[in-house]
Design a protein around this ligand. Structure first.
Ligand code: HEM
Length: 127
């Protein structure tokens, strides 16, 4: 699969996670277990798959400053999303704050992934 196809699959998976997240949020508590698990599992698969792929790519491409910065942002967002997602499902800490962090991390994550993919495609074209 080419990098463009992989990028499209990644963005579709991300959109699916986000749509399921909004559905989950709309339906409210107690969370629909099927939607919650699919939301969580697609996120986990995407993270594992992306980690393996990015590690492989960074061997062949010299990462510039932009790639390093967005990778750090992506990592922070993923940790924040999994931590707040888990806390939301347990339901003990302030829900409003957790939801805000979960949503803002999603926005930063999407923007960072798009910048990362554009940079990577650009770098691979020039090598
Ligand atoms: C790539 C990772 C993820 C993304 C992009 C993502 C994105 C989203 C979005 C956009 C929402 C809707 C938020 C709102 O309406 O304000 C949502 C809701 C939710 N997500 Fe995630 N999520 C991710 C991972 C996870 C994980 C790993 C868990 C659980 C461990 C989780 C648990 C939840 C829960 C419980 C809600 C419902 C919150 C509510 O009641 O409003 N999410 N997610």
């Amino acid at each position: 699969m080419s990098l463009i196809s992989k990028s499209i699959v990644t963005l579709i998976a991300l959109m699916l996670i986000i749509i399921l997240g909004f559905v989950l949020s709309r339906l409210g508590r107690p969370y629909n277990q099927l939607i919650f698990n699919v939301h969580k599992i697609i996120a986990l698969v995407l993270v594992v798959y992306s980690f393996i792929y990015i590690k492989k790519q960074l061997v062949t491409v010299e990462p510039g400053r932009i790639i390093v910065v967005v990778l750090v942002l992506i990592l922070i967002c993923i940790v924040a999303l999994f931590a707040t997602g888990a806390m939301l499902s347990i339901g003990k800490v302030s829900q409003v704050l957790l939801k805000r962090i979960h949503l803002s991390s999603t926005i930063v994550l999407v923007v960072s992934i798009v910048i990362f993919l554009v940079e990577l495609i650009h770098k691979l074209k020039n090598t």
